[in-house]
Design a protein around this ligand. Structure first.
Ligand code: HEC
Length: 180
């Protein structure tokens, strides 16, 4: 009797173990994307806010126009492994657009790095400003001004140890006004 009960138990345990071993890694989060903007809740720091360099930002935006930005992490932290860094960016208005599918992706509305993209500290992507530029035959009309847009960036310069420890965290925020 005991033997009879043991067999299904062992079987069940073996199947359960197999399932755990074969469970795929989480589809998103960590080296293959930032799960949220709260990098600090898992990566203890230190904080280096000035590490984030966002280039090609206009002084003010033209409604409907698309701008291409480059984000660079200016950090002296050396990576011991493959992972160099990652980021998350979002805009309160307008649309974030992927320019480089190998290194960047949009997950749950956040533009972030891919696994391949974590092997570098520089990424490019675009943002289309809210509002419409208006049809060309109405070029003399002044379109409605767009809303103030806040762009938020969080980034991690990685030490490449496959953990959230010992990485540097950067944070930046800018507000862009409509140019009309
Ligand atoms: C819910 C917790 C959590 C949040 C939030 C989080 N991370 Fe991570 N991150 C981890 C863990 C755990 C690892 C280690 C496992 C791995 O590399 O996949 C990691 C690893 C990384 C790595 C590779 C680090 C290395 O040294 O190998 C990068 C880059 C990274 N995260 C970027 C970010 C960025 C950028 C943010 C915020 C915009 C962020 N993460 C938010 C948990 C988190």
């Amino acid at each position: 009797m005991l033997k009879k009960m043991l067999l299904p138990c062992t079987l069940a345990a073996t199947v359960a173990m197999g399932a755990t071993l074969q469970a795929p890694p989480p589809a998103h989060g960590f080296a293959n994307s930032a799960p949220s903007f709260q990098c600090m809740s898992c990566h203890p720091g230190p904080m280096q806010p000035e590490m984030i360099k966002l280039s090609n930002l206009p002084d003010s935006y033209r409604p409907g126009q698309t701008y291409t930005f480059t984000l660079k992490l200016d950090s002296t932290l050396e990576s011991l492994g493959e992972q160099q860094g990652g980021f998350a960016i979002q805009a309160s208005s307008g649309t974030m657009i992927i320019e480089d599918r190998t290194h960047t992706q949009i997950v749950d509305g956040i533009l972030t790095h891919t696994l391949e993209g974590s092997h570098r500290r520089s990424w490019s992507f675009s943002w289309q400003a809210p509002g419409e530029s208006g049809p060309w035959w109405q070029f003399w009309r002044r379109p409605e001004p767009g809303p103030d847009v806040s762009i938020t960036v969080m980034a991690v310069a990685a030490n490449g140890d496959y953990s959230a420890i010992g990485d540097e965290i950067g944070a930046a925020g800018v507000t862009l006004k409509s140019d009309r």
